[in-house]
Design a protein around this ligand. Structure first.
Ligand code: HEM
Length: 144
């Protein structure tokens, strides 16, 4: 059996993303529309307004890099999302449930393909679970 190289793996991920209709324009729409929804939400909106304040342009740019890296393996994001969330106070599992529900609604608005919706939701769920593990179950988090 041939061992796949990192390049092969990257190419496969990118081909699969293309098949699912995912490109930079899709990511840009997703991030813009999702955060518009988040900001309009009474509970979640407040948390983001307090933290992001006048930094929305750079926050949105960073999140586009993040989702581009996560969904297409472009390597555009090199930040540390874990500590950014561990320092937040007053967050509950309800905040995460709302976050995930708004993310799904946005994806469903943007794509008719359930596979595309699942592709993002799988990744969002996994990351949300790891944040929640750190926030609610491990005390100080794994420190990464
Ligand atoms: C209750 C749910 C969530 C809340 C309230 C929340 C809130 C925030 C806030 C306030 C920031 C800005 C932190 C800062 O700039 O210091 C942030 C950054 C970020 N969030 Fe979330 N978030 C949530 C869930 C998620 C999830 C599920 C993901 C990924 C699937 C995510 C991905 C990110 C990323 C990539 C950043 C940028 C981190 C960096 O490099 O600075 N967030 N979030």
């Amino acid at each position: 059996m041939r061992v796949r190289s990192a390049d092969d793996r990257r190419r496969e991920i990118q081909e699969n993303a293309t098949r699912l209709g995912i490109d930079e324009a899709f990511i840009s729409d997703l991030v813009e529309r999702f955060y518009a929804r988040v900001r309009a939400h009474p509970l979640l909106g407040l948390v983001f307004e307090q933290e992001i304040r006048d930094q929305w342009p750079s926050h949105l740019a960073k999140l586009k890099d993040f989702w581009s890296s996560v969904s297409m393996n472009t390597g555009r994001y090199s930040g540390k999302p874990f500590p950014a969330h561990m320092k937040l106070t007053g967050i509950t599992p309800a905040h995460f449930n709302i976050w995930l529900a708004l993310f799904r609604l946005t994806l469903e608005d943007l794509s008719d393909n359930p596979e595309t919706v699942d592709y993002f939701m799988e990744r969002a769920n996994r990351i949300a679970r790891s944040f929640q593990l750190g926030m609610f179950e491990l005390g100080n988090g794994p420190g990464i």
